[in-house]
Design a protein around this ligand. Structure first.
Ligand code: PDD
Length: 295
């Protein structure tokens, strides 16, 4: 596998990282995950603009433009013959002896990238997932896609230990987002989701869903709701680059609606598939038809 590091494409064994890298020592950096369908990057421009924004929010300047980053990502896809999976890109503040304050201006950021092959989560997209609510103990800049993910890691582990696929962060009684996803509820035909502020990451998939909702004339309310309100939604789902639009059938073991993926969730999933590279969308549709569960 070829990895990108600081301007070069290297075999994974050739990549050398320092113990003094501030990403390793402090989690002092930012990252992105970009989906690849059929060898084509999906919403790469949006992801890479967010990478530059996240970097700026922690007072880091990336040594590459969006266009250069797209070129790097495309090279990674090509060199690794990736068809379906994702690109992981990470930028840290650089290498310097351990001291909390920023190193001097001559230290350059460390940029790495690699590909991961992984299929679309068809079974979960079809059957839905279970969520477990957890107290949101993270810092208050959840809008930054930072490498500091300890709060997310602990939440996800707690969910997994309860046989759930995703954690549902609740802060001050209000539902915020998943441990690695955004969340949406549907009540009486209206799509509800948390506003894009510092309590959540403004997911790229979230933005795609809001665009699809507008195209499908589904009314949207971007306003906080409580855990009790979440449990009373007719439908619920979470979104992320890899999870796409995953229906949620239970929260804290309580059924959402009938406890099966609902009709508006299916409609949004279908609209999502329709904008992916053609071959894959057709394959997914066939698979659903073969299961007799086309919506
Ligand atoms: N996580 N909220 C959080 C806390 C996330 O970590 C993510 C994504 C999202 C959804 O963002 P997007 O739709 O842009 O993927 C929301 C990534 C994929 C991860 O850490 O693996």
């Amino acid at each position: 596998m070829k990895c990108f590091k600081d301007g070069e494409f290297l075999a994974i064994e050739e990549v050398k990282l320092s113990v003094d890298d501030r990403g390793y020592v402090f989690g002092d950096g930012v990252y992105e995950v970009i989906k690849v369908y059929d060898g084509v990057l999906f919403t790469a421009q949006e992801h890479l603009e967010r990478l530059i924004e996240s970097a700026a929010k922690i007072r880091m300047v990336l040594p590459y433009t969006v266009e250069q980053l797209i070129e790097i990502a495309e090279q990674l896809v090509q060199q690794n013959n990736l068809t379906v999976g994702h690109i992981y890109l990470q930028v840290t503040r650089g290498v310097a002896p351990r001291a909390h304050q920023f190193p001097n201006e001559f230290v350059s950021p460390v940029v790495i990238g690699y590909t991961v092959e992984n299929p679309r989560p068809f079974a979960q997209l079809e059957m839905g997932a279970a969520m477990k609510s957890v107290e949101d103990m993270r810092w208050l800049r959840c809008d930054i896609k930072s490498l500091n993910l300890l709060g997310n890691v602990l939440a996800k582990q707690e969910a997994v230990e309860s046989n759930c696929q995703e954690a549902l962060f609740v802060r001050d009684g209000l539902v915020r987002e998943g441990s690695a996803s955004n969340v949406f509820g549907i009540k009486d035909g209206v799509l509800h989701t948390h506003p894009a502020n510092h309590f959540i990451l403004n997911g790229i998939t979230r933005r795609v869903v809001l665009q699809l909702a507008s195209e499908l004339s589904i009314p949207v309310k971007e306003k906080e709701f409580t855990l009790t309100e979440a449990l009373e939604m007719d439908e619920f789902f979470f979104t992320s680059t890899n999870a796409e639009i995953t229906p949620v059938v239970t929260i804290d073991r309580q059924l959402i609606g009938e406890g099966v993926p609902g009709p508006l969730t299916r409609k949004l999933q279908k609209a999502f598939d329709a904008q992916l590279p053609m071959l894959l969308a057709a394959g997914h549709a066939d698979e659903r038809n073969a299961n007799g569960s086309a919506s």
